[in-house]
Design a protein around this ligand. Structure first.
Ligand SMILES: C=C(O[C@@H]1C=C(C(=O)O)C=C[C@H]1O)C(=O)O
Ligand SMILES: NC(=O)CC[C@H](N)C(=O)O
Length: 827
């Protein structure tokens, strides 16, 4: 049966993190071009009621009210939806919050649902005989059974005893001994209005597309089944939250020029952004493979001889502005190692909106962004560089940016985030830091050394304009006005290849040893405080404000003779991880000290973009401590005694217990729900930047066991052609696994619960964004940050309604302990 003719559909987004998944349901029935011409997601507060009636209603055929945080009887959560429903100008489908709004609009009351449930699969059953959306040819052809499984995310429900006669229940959840039946579907007896309490758009709901088809069929019938509906008016399309375009459409006019602008030969007048000059530079990717040379060397030794690491090891040479070691290290997934010293760094402070350029041995320069965000500025600049590349994109890090976005960069990435920066945040923090690398050395997973670089055929001209007062000068113009080049000359490239060859042919053996221990970390919040915050999170969830909140805290240590590099050597030997990384920025200063180093053992992929623009995110949710390989454990009733520690039998049992713990985690309903909630959120994030039909979940909730056991899901999509890599990161930022869902509301509540404390680099993302757009970024967890003499490590976990306060605190201690070992007692 072919799907109904597609009407112009407006999805009103109540700041949920699942709304784009509703759009994705359409792609099961229609192609991307048609969906993007006819279906649009608009934030619910984009228009007021009057504007909505005048500008939007005449240009659309039907409306879907999205799920969302909060209550349908709270005007600040639901806006004009109640007026809209009462005036029933066209067919409307309400989902979850939208469904509850239908109840409220016509007089029903909202109460807490008897069993608060988020991210679980439950069976529901349409009433018999089937009515409303469950009574359509599409529904019947999807297999006529009386029950089907759906995912629910709700704390609230329509009180069945208050449902007015105008409304009729169309489906109930199937009750069992601990789950009473609740209203799962409603329809208006007279008007074209339907609602479902469950989430048809969830990855684990069945019959989602059948429900949508039933709705669209009703819309067609409402308009007497026309042969077609017109496409959406451009002003409606342009008001959508995020725009993606598909290949058959023309490229946006803002697409960067195909070559790198060189600065004009004469300085541009003060306050005028420099114009694109006549000469254009072209960037090229270079690579030289070194075969067997140096294959036998330890990466640590090569890192130290090429880049640094050991303080003072580069005597007589100018200290590098940054030392970078992307030190992927796992025996189970093959990874590469990259070593580099960036040519320059740019840092950004949110409080002052100041971007600073740092170069080795030179004074810093600044620019203040007045109208734009760092994301937009950096994204446009990076797009310009990508467009200047004359080679096709290539896999891996080929040079370009390396660095991090701190968690607070959410202030500029999240649409609708309105919190003012508080007074105590006025100090200059390094909220983002990106280094430019045009020479790097990589070790492949097979152990071969490869030299890589970016060259520019017209090397940076000497340029004297140091006008720091200009407003929002585009990134490339500003950097070039300071004489910055974005690629090596061919001489510089040759020199670098020679340097690496010499280093590999003249092995150097480091005398640097891993630190013998970590300083003792103490929790910034007591266990009692943390437990209280867990209670506050659960109360917010009970009220329907959030479905899941990733609550975090911080642990600190300090030591006057701190050597972050030797601590990193310890970390990499005890807790190797896929995203193990060492960054050292010796000249950067934060409010906590001079010199910033990041020692990461993150296992979690935030976002990877490959050369064919395939984006992959791998959120982790669900954590258990491991019995480490070689450790002893005893199964019940097996005769193994702790006194056998070290015996083969005991180690064997340790392995079995470890497997058992992993299996328990994989099958645990609470943990699976935590994971699913973030999977649906990540799908929705990716739909804000990918071609909708390409977003898929190839691996749902798989067990991965490194330092701890974790449940990991893989979500993929293909980047829409109008979205660059930095923009993709921005639209998905901050990482959903560190916020909970719905993202915006959860983040704002966490700001309160965490006492408005900064998370800083922890909870952000870190890695590379190659000049060609190929990127790989981790979620910054299991990471020690060293600032001057101070060390800190953040840790947390997802709080849901089912969370147990003691177990959650235990989980935090497990996570930190897996990185830094024993903690100071402070329960
Ligand atoms: C918050 C942290 O971890 C996040 C929460 C996890 C969980 O709740 O199981 C797992 C991985 C991370 O996404 C952390 O490690 O500090
Ligand atoms: N997913 C939703 O739309 C949830 C609606 C409402 N906030 C509740 O908790 O019931």
């Amino acid at each position: 049966m072919s799907p109904p003719v597609l009407p112009r559909t407006l999805i009103l987004d109540y700041y949920d993190s699942y709304t784009n998944n509703l759009l994705c349901l359409f792609t099961q029935l229609y192609n991307d071009v048609e969906v993007l011409q006819k279906v649009v997601v608009i934030k619910a507060d984009k228009y007021n009621w009057l504007e909505f009636q005048e500008q939007v209603l005449p240009n659309i055929d039907c409306i879907i009210l999205s799920p969302g945080p909060g209550r349908p009887d709270n005007p600040s959560d639901i806006g004009y939806a109640l007026e809209l429903l009462r005036s029933h100008p066209m067919p409307i489908l309400g989902v979850c919050l939208g469904h509850q709004a239908i109840g409220v609009a016509f007089g029903a009351k909202i109460i807490n649902t008897p069993k608060i449930t988020h991210g679980h699969v439950v069976p529901i059953s349409p009433v018999s005989p089937k009515i409303g959306l469950f009574d359509s040819p599409f529904w019947h052809s999807s297999g006529i059974e009386n029950e089907f499984e759906v995912v629910v995310y709700n704390s609230l429900t329509v009180d069945p005893s208050t449902i007015p006669t105008e409304l009729e229940v169309t489906a109930w959840s199937v009750s069992n001994s601990d789950r009473p039946s609740t209203v799962q579907g409603l329809r208006h007896r007279q008007y074209p209005i339907w609602g479902v309490q469950y989430h048809p758009e969830s990855i684990s709901s069945t019959r989602g597309a059948a429900l949508l088809q039933s709705f669209l069929l009703n819309v067609n019938q409402h308009y007497s089944s026309p042969s077609s509906f017109p496409p959406l008016h451009s002003h409606i399309v342009s008001s959508c939250a995020y725009r993606v375009s598909v290949a058959s459409r023309s490229r946006p006019s803002t697409r960067p020029s195909s070559a790198l602008p060189t600065p004009p030969v004469t300085p541009s007048p003060s306050r005028t952004p420099s114009r694109i000059g006549q000469r254009r530079g072209t960037l090229r990717l270079l690579e030289k493979r070194l075969g067997d040379v140096g294959k036998q060397l330890r990466t640590q030794d090569v890192f130290e001889s090429l880049v640094g690491g050991a303080l003072g090891s580069k005597k007589g040479k100018e200290r590098a502005i940054a030392e970078v070691w992307l030190d992927g290290q796992t025996p189970t997934r093959s990874t590469t190692t990259s070593l580099a010293t960036p040519q320059f760094l740019i840092t950004y402070s949110l409080a002052t909106k100041k971007v600073t350029l740092h170069r080795s041995g030179r004074t810093t320069s600044h620019i203040v962004l007045s109208e734009t965000t760092f994301w937009d500025w950096f994204s446009a600049g990076s797009q310009t560089l990508t467009a200047a590349l004359s080679d096709s994109p290539a896999e891996g890090w080929r040079g370009g940016w390396v660095g991090y976005f701190g968690y607070e960069m959410k202030t500029e990435s999240l649409q609708g985030y309105k919190r003012p920066l508080r007074g105590d945040r006025q100090e200059e923090e390094v909220d983002a830091c990106w280094g430019w690398v045009d020479r790097l050395t990589e070790r492949t997973s097979a152990g071969e050394w490869v030299v890589r670089g970016v060259t520019q055929d017209t090397a940076g001209l000497p340029f004297t304009n140091t006008d720091d007062e200009g407003e929002d000068i585009p990134m490339i113009d500003w950097l070039r006005s300071h004489g910055v080049a974005f690629g090596t000359t061919s001489e510089e490239w040759q020199e670098y290849v020679q340097l690496v060859g010499t280093a590999l042919n003249n092995p150097f053996t480091s005398s640097k040893k891993p630190a013998s221990s970590f300083p003792t970390f103490r929790p910034n919040a007591t266990g009692a405080d943390y437990r209280e915050r867990i209670d506050a999170c659960r109360e917010a969830i009970r009220q329907g404000e959030s479905y899941e909140l990733t609550l975090t805290t911080r642990f600190s240590a300090s030591s006057p003779d701190l050597d972050p590099y030797s601590l990193y050597l310890r970390l990499r030997s005890f807790n190797p991880a896929y995203y193990s990384t060492y960054f050292n920025f010796p000249t950067l200063t934060t409010p906590r000290g001079k010199g910033l180093s990041i020692l990461s053992s993150s296992p979690e992929r935030f976002l990877k973009i490959d050369k064919s623009r395939r984006v992959e995110m791998m959120p982790i949710k669900g954590t258990r401590a491991r019995v480490k390989p070689g450790q002893c454990a005893c199964l019940e009733n097996t005769g193994c005694r702790r006194k056998d520690i070290g015996s083969e039998a005991c180690v064997e049992e340790g392995k079995k217990v470890d497997e058992q713990i992993g299996e328990e985690l994989r099958t645990d309903h609470k943990e699976r729900a935590e994971n699913l909630m973030i999977v649906d959120l990540i799908r929705s994030d990716l739909l804000s930047c990918c071609t909708p039909s390409t977003v898929s979940v190839p691996k749902l909730i798989a067990l991965e066991s490194y330092g701890v056991h974790n449940l990991v899901t893989t979500v993929q999509g293909t980047l829409a052609e109008n979205v660059g890599s930095v923009e993709c990161v921005r639209r998905c930022y901050p990482p959903g696994s560190m916020t909970g869902a719905p993202k915006l509301r959860s983040v704002q509540m966490l700001d309160d619960f965490e006492g408005e404390k900064r998370r800083g680099i922890y909870s952000g993302c870190l890695g590379y964004i190659s000049v060609d757009g190929v990127s790989d970024l981790s979620v910054v967890i299991r990471t020690i940050v060293a600032e001057g003499e101070n060390l800190s490590i953040g840790a947390g976990g997802a709080i849901t309604w089912l969370s147990d306060r003691d177990k959650e605190w235990e989980e935090v201690l497990t996570k930190v302990g897996s990185v830094v070992g024993k903690l100071e007692e402070n329960q």
